[in-house]
Design a protein around this ligand. Structure first.
Ligand SMILES: CC(C)(COP(=O)(O)OP(=O)(O)OC[C@H]1O[C@@H](n2cnc3c(N)ncnc32)[C@H](O)[C@@H]1OP(=O)(O)O)[C@@H](O)C(=O)NCCC(=O)NCCSC(=O)C[C@H](O)C(=O)O
Ligand SMILES: [Mg+2]
Length: 292
């Protein structure tokens, strides 16, 4: 079953500990495209059961508008994982985000745990282990036969496993970021960049977000409300990109360009692939506008 998510804006995915009622309430007021209620690493062991109940209550209450709501569960082999998955399979979550996967077998186990879930419920996975970054293509290929539709990079866990330093330039992780984007695109997955832990310095955040945009990520996962608007700005088409897209579409619509594969637009060679990009850019822009 390929329940790959439809193309939709996922510029900003805000994590919050489901144990923090204030954060849940606040997330309903923030312009993030996605809310991720975390039951995993942001929640202490003694708070896990209460956090699960709070997440389920928040899903029942709703009030998140057009935002997608995902819940990150604890790993299937942890003491909380099975209860998290059973509860979420019967919930109104748009997606279940699973942590620390390494192989296609892991995805298969989560798929099985969600077999009773509504067909529309998506399976999202963290790419945050050495196993995952060395198995990217087979992991992405699971999208063809499962609910898998989106990846989120987890550079904190990856740094920990690699014993690498999470520097502002993210140099140790750049090869994996590029490979993960390529594997995601090959199999039609949406892919979001990892979090920037520095939430007080928005210049550092914006530089990291722009780096992620350059790598082709569809958006970025976030840890603080202050990061939402700068993130949306980075991952929304710019006025210049919109003007270019409209110029390309107008040029290819001209009778004299009918049937041509390559034309000149504003002094640049423009091919049909650019026309496809222009149409996608306009489609995402319209969806962003519709989200209000
Ligand atoms: C990092 C924080 C603990 C900081 O919290 P705090 O000190 O309370 O920040 P502020 O005082 O600036 O908060 C201002 C108001 O904003 C609300 N708030 C804070 N964070 C969030 C949030 N994430 N979502 C919604 N609302 C939030 C505060 O309640 C204040 O509200 P008010 O004053 O009433 O207006 C905190 O930001 C936090 O917990 N962030 C999320 C941490 C998290 O979820 N971590 C897990 C995901 S990251 C990860 O695991 C990455 C991956 O797995 C990897 O391996 O890399
Ligand atoms: Mg992690």
């Amino acid at each position: 079953m390929s329940a790959n998510a439809p193309i939709r804006p996922r510029r900003s995915a805000l994590y919050l500990p489901a144990s923090n009622a204030r954060a849940i309430a606040k997330a309903r007021t923030l312009p993030c495209d996605v809310v991720v209620l975390d039951l995993e690493d942001a929640v202490a062991p003694e708070a896990k059961a209460d956090a699960r109940e709070a997440a389920l209550a928040a899903l029942d209450e709703g009030g998140f508008g057009a935002r997608e709501v995902a819940v990150r569960v604890n790993g299937i082999d942890t003491e909380w994982g099975a209860d998290d998955l059973a509860a979420l399979a019967a919930s109104k979550a748009d997606a279940v985000l699973v942590p620390k996967v390494s192989t296609p077998l892991d995805i298969g186990r989560y798929e099985e745990a969600l077999e009773t879930a509504p067909e529309a419920m998506q399976l999202w996975a963290m790419i945050e282990t050495c196993g995952a970054v060395l198995n990217l293509e087979p992991l992405a290929a699971m999208a063809a036969t499962t609910r898998l539709s989106l990846w989120i990079m987890g550079t904190n866990d990856l740094a920990k496993e690699m014993r690498a330093r999470l520097t502002p330039e993210r140099t140790p992780f750049l090869p994996f970021m590029a490979q993960a984007v390529a594997a995601a695109r090959l199999h039609g997955l949406t892919i979001l960049d990892g979090v920037c832990n520095e939430f007080r310095d928005l210049d550092v955040f914006e530089a990291e977000a722009r780096q992620g945009l350059d790598f082709g990520f569809d958006g970025k996962s976030l840890i603080h409300p202050a990061q939402v608007e700068p993130c949306n700005t980075v991952f929304s088409p710019s006025a210049e990109e919109l003007a270019w897209a409209e110029a390309v579409i107008t040029a290819f619509d001209l009778p004299e360009n009918a049937g041509k594969g390559a034309i000149r637009v504003e002094g640049k060679m423009t091919e049909l692939l650019h026309l496809e990009q222009a149409r996608q850019l306009l489609a995402v822009t319209q969806q962003i506008a519709a989200m209000g």
